[in-house]
Each structure stands twice: as C-alpha cells, then as structure tokens.
Write a protein that binds this ligand. Structure first.
Ligand code: TYM
Length: 381
C-alpha cells in the first residue's frame, strides 16, 4: 500500500513510516491513554512497549478487555515465517505476547510458517525452511512463554488438524480479493494464493475472541479475517499492532534479515555488536564534536536513541536524561552508541542463556505440554 513516500506490506516496509497516517489508511484505532490505563488497572502494571507506544494501534482491544472483565476470556495468537537467524526486531511481538500471557494467564498459539517461507522464495528448499523453523522456535521460547498454555506449531506438521477449517476459510475468499490485498498476480504460485487461509485459521482455534500482537505489516490478513469470521461462527480477530524497529542504517524501512548491516542478530557476539553499532548505526548527532556540543542531536532520526527508547532502556528517568543530554549536545554520539552496545550485549547474553534452556522445552511447546496435547487431539472444523 503506497502512500506518501513510504509503504507497508507484509513483504516489505519502505521509507519513513507515518504511523498516524497509517492508522487512517488501514482503518485501525490509536491506543489511547484511557485504554492503556485500563490495561494497567486490570493487570497492575504497564509494559514499556505499551507505555512508549511501540504498540500504538489496535482493533477491538476494548472488546477484548470487556470480554475479559465479563469472565469470557480471550486467547493470544502470533507467528513467524522462519529464516536463517532472527534479529532483535523479531523479538518485539514475542516479548510482548509473553508479557500479556503472564498478566492474563491465557492460551497462546504461535504459528511457524515453514510453508509460507518455502512458497514465497524460489531459492529456498522445504528442508531449509523446516530447519530454520526449529532454530527460530528456540528464540521464540526464550521470550518466556508458559509451556502448558502455549502451543507452537509448524504449518507442515499441523496441517492435518487445520485443513478442514482452512478450506472453509478458503472457500469464502476469492482470488480477486486475495490478489488485491496482497498485490499478487496471475504468475504467483497457487500455494501463496491459498496461504492466507492458513494464517487466518488460528484466529479460529477457540470460540472466544482472539487477540493478535504483531507488527502492523501483518494487518492485511486480519482485514480479510474480519470480513468472513462471523459468517463461519467465530469472532472478528482483535489486534494490537507494533511499529517497526528501524534498521541500524537509518530511520527508514524496517530491520531486515536479508541486509546484514541493517540488523543485530540474536546470535551476534559482543564484538560484532560493538563493531556494527560503531560502524553502521545511523546518527542524528553532528559530524564533529564541536558542532555536537554546540547544536546537539536530532533524536527523531537517531537510531541508537530510538532503539534505546523503544526497547533497551526501560527506565523512564534514564531515557529522559539520555534524551535531554544528547539533544542538548552534552552527550556525544560515541557515548550514546556505547550505552546501546552495553544494553544490547546484556540483552543478548540473557537471551542466549534462555535459548540454551529452551532446547529442553521444545517438546513441551510442540507436543507434550497441556495445551499442545489438547491441540493434537483436535481437528478444527
Ligand atoms: P515475519 O516472520 O515476517 O515476522 C514475525 C513478526 O515480527 C514482526 N517484525 C517486526 N517487528 C518490529 N520491528 C521489526 N523490524 C520487525 N520485523 C518483523 C512482524 O510484524 C511479525 O509480527 N506471515 C508472518 C508469519 C505469521 C504471523 C502470524 C505473524 C503467521 N501467523 C500471526 C504475526 C501473527 C510473517 O511473515 O512474519
């Protein structure tokens, strides 16, 4: 969907996204302060990603909270198209989903689309995308999900249980709708044309409202879901959308696995992190120390500041102080980069410890945990 000089689709994000305008374009709702306070009043605190508005937009989040208060509950659903190595931006929806699960105690379904990735790229083999799925699942588990209330599944394994539901969804969607929504054409392979029904199916895993935390790039799937869900006897899916962590190289677009200098991978060692930040992190600071001291930095375009603000510096007083000092020129570019390097390395070290422990939990999440056992017994109709 091109608008102004940016565009946001499930395959790519280009330009500097105007998130307020995106809300109007996509027909979603801004998360108001009132809604944030309501969440706080229910769960007792507020995740920094909500407070700092990296999760900024929603559909029917108010209805989810209403259902919750009325004792009807809800469930969470999110997903990942596996690739060779996840980057830090990919962790945003999983960290936030795990927090929501901890606070509300609800079920979480995580779809790992080894099929989607295989069909979307001519160069990938199915063996590769399945292997990446297994690897990425370790990073996902490391976000901190409850093994008895979380089901992680790969499409190529769980398809038998989803297929009846998927074909009911598929029958409601026409090629022309899917074509227009995803920009496909007659040369697209037919797997990709059918695929949206598989991304929609998990929204109907329970007869309660489904809340999807994800980047706003996934929104086109949910628009199709909302057109057809009620006719199949399910709720329209609710969403809570995040902004994108900008690439290291500048404030435009999103961090992308396919451009190594734009991303910090979860597997990057401390030296690599330091080298990448020092060399590539796009700075809103001035070109010389003298000018920086005199004029200060532009925080709007400064990537190290934005990463700290959105993700890595949770302390409100500290981020305010960093912002003030850097904007006024008291802090230099090298200094803010060093703060980010330390924060990133601490995060990555902890992540890798959790990832190691995750190796023992894979079976629980995929097959043997309480929810997983129930799911393998179910054929979704
Ligand atoms: P995928 O693998 O492209 O992305 C996985 C999740 O990560 C989000 N994301 C980002 N968030 C913040 N900053 C970034 N730089 C960034 N890059 C990616 C995406 O928005 C997404 O939430 N088709 C899906 C897989 C899928 C799915 C789902 C995603 C299947 N079912 C349900 C969300 C919810 C995909 O290709 O995601």
């Amino acid at each position: 969907m091109a608008e102004g000089n940016y565009s946001v689709t499930p395959w790519e994000v280009k330009g500097k996204v105007d998130y307020d305008r995106l809300i109007i374009q996509f027909g979603t709702q801004k998360i108001t302060d009132e809604l944030r306070q309501e969440i706080r009043s229910i769960v007792g605190d507020m995740h920094p990603m909500l407070r700092r508005e990296i999760f900024f937009s929603h559909r029917d989040l108010d209805l989810v909270l209403k259902d919750w208060k009325a004792g009807k509950g809800f469930f969470l659903y999110t997903g990942r198209a596996p690739s060779l190595g996840m980057h830090i931006g990919h962790m945003i929806p999983f960290i936030f989903t795990a927090w929501l699960q901890q606070k509300f105690g609800v079920n979480v379904y995580i779809e790992v689309t080894d099929d989607e990735k295989f069909m979307r790229n001519q160069d990938y083999t199915l063996d590769q995308t399945r292997q990446w799925a297994l690897d990425n699942i370790l990073d996902i588990i490391a976000a901190g999900f409850d093994p008895d209330k979380t089901f992680i599944f790969q499409d190529t394994e769980y398809i038998r249980n989803m297929y009846p539901l998927a074909i009911k969804i598929a029958k409601k969607l026409t090629f022309s709708e899917v074509k227009a929504t995803f920009g496909l054409d007659v040369s697209s392979n037919i797997g990709i044309i059918f695929y949206p029904s598989l991304q929609i199916a998990p929204t109907m895993f329970e007869r309660r409202r489904c809340l999807i935390p994800a980047g706003i790039d996934q929104d086109p799937y949910w628009r199709l879901q909302r057109d057809i869900a009620e006719s199949l006897g399910y709720y329209k899916a609710a969403q809570i959308h995040s902004k994108f962590l900008p690439p290291l190289t500048g404030p435009e677009g999103k961090m992308s696995s396919s451009i190594p200098e734009s991303a910090i991978y979860l597997s990057d060692d401390p030296k690599t992190v330091e080298r990448k930040i020092m060399k590539y992190a796009f700075s809103g600071g001035q070109p010389t120390i003298e000018l920086q001291k005199k004029l200060g930095a532009n925080l709007d375009i400064d990537v190290p500041y934005q990463w700290l603000y959105y993700f890595f510096e949770e302390d409100d007083d500290r981020i305010r102080k960093i912002g003030e000092e850097y904007r006024s020129g008291k802090m230099l570019t090298g200094e803010i980069k060093q703060i980010l390097v330390e924060k990133l390395n601490t995060f990555l070290e902890r992540h890798r410890e959790r990832r190691e422990k995750a190796k023992e939990l894979v079976k629980e999440f995929k097959y043997e945990g309480k929810l997983a056992v129930q799911m393998w017994q179910k054929i979704h109709e």
